[in-house]
Design a protein around this ligand. Structure first.
Ligand SMILES: *Cc1c(COP(=O)(O)O)cnc(C)c1O
Length: 231
């Protein structure tokens, strides 16, 4: 299937999940995760109508963005070393993995007169040791401390669910993130509107949409994986 056909199939699944959950599908943004594919395939995604592109490495992400130019909205979805902030801060529109104050401090330092650095706070909802992100109980105290870094705007929360054969098993993880998001949004902190939920990948995005995802991050199921020989 072409990227365009995959995108149409994903959109049909999103519509169905939204009608199941009684949501408006306009609230769901698809991020094409292009970390495993070429610049040409990234362009194909944009030409197929995808607006959002996600990259998880500073160097390769910047190279692609430079080649492609101004098209699309760019998301940095990987863990970010503080020393690389300077390279990426003005090139990406959203950062999905804010998980420590030292990173917030570096964003603040490098932000200059840029209005706002739009961040998701990454949460390790499942408690898996291999996953990065804050523990759920750490999230609110962390966000409260971000008031000291006025360049940062907490647009929402992000999580990576454990991989399971049965995506239904990830539902409690997504639901947990939504409940945490709701609790923070209710505080109406001016620097943390926290309205967005970045959750769901190729194997579990349908469940994530049913549970309220507003940004789903899809690599393999949308643009494929050109680094392996399997289809
Ligand atoms: C790679 C990656 C994805 C996409 O993974 P797929 O399973 O290929 O859809 C989503 N989010 C993050 C943070 C990633 O690193």
């Amino acid at each position: 299937m072409s990227v365009k056909q995959q995108y149409e199939r994903i959109q049909a699944n999103i519509h169905e999940a939204c009608s199941t959950a009684n949501r408006n599908s306009d609230q769901v943004n698809v991020i094409a995760v292009t970390k495993y594919v070429s610049e040409a395939t990234t362009r194909l995604a944009l030409e197929s109508g995808v607006e959002h592109i996600g990259e998880n490495r500073a160097e390769t992400g910047l190279e692609k963005k430079k080649a492609i130019g101004d098209a699309g909205t760019w998301h940095f979805i990987g863990s970010l070393q503080s020393r690389k902030v300077k390279q990426v801060i003005h090139e990406f529109d959203y950062f999905h993995s804010l998980d420590r104050l030292s990173l917030a401090r570096e964003f603040q330092k490098q932000s200059q007169d840029k209005q706002k650095v739009k961040c998701f706070v990454q949460v390790n909802v499942s408690g898996e040791e291999s996953k990065s992100g804050l523990q759920p109980e750490e999230v609110l105290p962390f966000i409260e401390r971000l008031e000291a870094y006025p360049a940062i705007e907490v647009v929402g929360l992000m999580t990576m669910a454990p991989f399971t054969e049965d995506p239904e098993q990830t539902r409690p993880v997504f639901r947990g993130l939504r409940e945490l998001r709701d609790a923070i949004a209710e505080l109406h902190l001016p620097y943390a509107p926290c309205t967005e939920l970045s959750m769901g990948m190729s194997n579990d995005y349908i469940v994530a949409v049913e549970e309220g995802a507003t940004f789903i991050r899809i690599g393999t199921a949308l643009v494929g994986n050109e680094t392996t020989s399997s289809s």
